[in-house]
Design a protein around this ligand. Structure first.
Ligand code: SAH
Length: 373
C-alpha cells in the first residue's frame, strides 16, 4: 500500500482561547441572507450595493478575512470587524490519498470542537462529504461517530464552510455534496434545510439540488416533513437490514421507528417528490450478509423506486464487526439484481487513508490529548 501524506496545518493566525472569548461577542456574518445584509448596510448608513458585494465575497469568492474584500473601503471593513466574524472553520490536518487524490479534512470549530469532511474526485466531478453535527446520538452499532454521543449541532454556515474551505484550498469546483459525514442531518433539521437552500442558491455556490444527497438513519416524521419541502435532493436511507429484527440489533433508532413505517414514509417521499431513493446497506459479516437476507431485502424493496448501495462495513476498533469478503458482497448484489432490485457496491475512495465515519476525528482528538467533550 502506498504511503499516505498527512499535511499538518501551520498556525498562521493566533487563534487562542482568549481570542475566541473576545470573538464570541461577534455575530457570524455568513448567517445573514442578502436581504438581511442590505438591512445591516442601511442601518449604518451604507449603500445597499455594498451588501451584494459583501455577500459575493463570502459566498462566491469564499473569503475568510474581511481584508480580502478589496473593493470594500477600509473604513467599512473595520466596522464590519467590530460586529462580525466570518465562519470559523480551520483545517488543522489534511490527509491526502496517493491513490485517487481523496482529501480528508479535520477542521477545528470556533468553540474548539473538531469535525471531518472529505473531498472525493470522481470522473463526473468533485464530491464533498460533510458532517452535520459534532458527533451523533443515533447509536448505530458499527459507526464511530456516535460512540461519544452528540456534542452539538452544526450551523448551516458551518456546513457551508466545510465545502467553501475545500474549494478554496484546492481551487477546484465542487459539484456534488453528500450529507453523509458525522451526524444525523434530520436530527438537525432546520440547519440542514437552510444549508441545502443556501448552497443551491444562485447567490451562492449554485450547486444543483439534484447533486445533493441527504442521508438519514430513518427519522420518520422528519422524512415526511422533508417530502413537503419541495426540494430536488436525493434522499438516502440507511437501511442496513432486511427485517425489523436485524435492524433493531444494529440500529437503536429502529426501536423508535418500525421498518414497515419507514417503508411507508419512503413511498410517501417518492410520491411527493418524484425522486428515486438510495438505500444504503452496510454489509456486516454474519449479521446481515447471507443469501436469505439478500432475498428478504429484495422483497422489502420490490416496487420501492430506488437502488441499493452496498457498503462493505468499515470495521472500527471499538466494535467487533467484520467486513465480508468481496466475493460474498458480489454474491449478495447478484441476488438483489436477479430479484429485480438495482444494486451497486460502493467504490472505496482513498483506500490508503481509509477510515470509517467519525474515526479521523476521534484519532485527532486522542492524539491532541484533549477530551471529546
Ligand atoms: N446519520 C446519517 C448520515 C451519516 S452516516 C445516516 O445514518 O445515514 C453515512 C452512512 O455511513 C450511513 O449509511 C451509515 O450507516 C454509514 N456508516 C457509518 N459507519 C460506517 C461503517 N463503519 N462502515 C460502513 N458504513 C458506515
Amino acid at each position: 500500500m502506498e504511503a499516505k501524506e498527512i499535511i499538518k496545518i501551520e498556525e498562521k493566525n493566533s487563534d487562542k482561547i482568549t481570542d475566541r472569548i473576545e470573538k464570541s461577542k461577534l455575530d457570524d456574518i455568513c448567517a445573514y441572507s442578502l436581504d438581511e445584509l442590505k438591512e445591516v448596510m442601511s442601518s449604518i448608513g451604507e449603500k445597499s450595493f455594498r451588501a451584494k458585494q459583501i455577500y459575493e465575497w463570502l459566498h462566491k469568492r469564499l473569503c475568510t478575512d474581511f481584508d480580502e474584500m478589496n473593493n470594500i473601503p477600509k473604513g467599512l471593513r473595520d466596522r464590519l470587524k467590530e460586529s462580525f466574524y466570518i465562519t470559523f472553520m480551520k483545517p488543522v490536518e489534511v490527509l491526502v490519498s496517493n491513490i485517487d487524490g481523496t482529501r480528508k479534512y479535520i477542521y477545528e470549530l470556533r468553540d474548539g470542537n473538531v469535525i471531518e469532511a472529505v473531498l472525493m474526485r470522481y470522473h463526473h466531478g468533485n464530491s464533498v462529504c460533510i458532517s452535520s453535527q459534532v458527533g451523533c446520538r443515533m447509536g448505530c452499532r458499527f459507526c464511530a461517530s456516535t460512540i461519544d454521543g452528540c456534542v452539538r449541532n452544526l450551523t448551516a454556515e458551518e456546513m457551508l464552510a466545510e465545502v467553501y474551505r475545500i474549494e478554496k484550498d484546492t481551487g477546484e469546483r465542487v459539484s456534488n455534496v453528500v450529507m453523509m459525514g458525522s451526524g444525523e442531518p434530520l436530527d438537525n433539521y432546520e440547519e440542514s434545510i437552510r444549508f441545502i437552500k443556501r448552497i443551491s442558491s444562485e447567490e451562492g455556490l449554485n450547486i444543483s439540488q439534484r447533486n445533493i444527497t441527504l442521508s438519514t438513519c430513518g427519522i420518520i416524521p422528519r422524512i415526511r416533513e422533508l417530502a413537503e419541502e419541495k426540494l430536488q435532493i436525493t434522499l438516502a436511507i440507511s437501511l442496513h437490514a432486511p427485517n425489523q429484527h436485524v435492524r433493531e440489533e444494529i440500529m437503536p433508532i429502529a426501536k423508535a421507528y418500525h421498518l414497515k413505517e419507514l417503508m411507508d414514509a419512503c413511498r410517501f417521499y417518492y410520491r411527493k417528490t418524484g425522486r428515486r431513493m438510495t438505500y444504503e446497506y452496510s454489509v456486516v459479516k454474519g449479521i446481515n450478509d447471507n443469501a436469505d437476507e439478500a432475498r428478504q431485502l429484495s422483497r422489502l424493496l420490490s416496487g420501492m423506486h430506488g437502488h441499493v448501495n452496498l457498503i462493505p462495513v468499515n470495521p472500527i476498533k471499538e466494535r467487533e464487526y467484520e467486513s465480508p469478503d468481496r466475493k460474498s458482497v458480489e454474491e449478495f448484489r447478484k441476488i438483489l439484481e436477479e430479484n429485480g432490485v438495482n444494486a451497486t457496491i460502493r467504490r472505496e475512495m482513498g483506500r490508503d487513508i481509509n477510515s470509517a465515519c467519525g474515526q479521523l476525528r476521534r484519532r485527532y482528538i486522542a492524539n491532541a490529548g484533549s477530551s471529546i467533550d
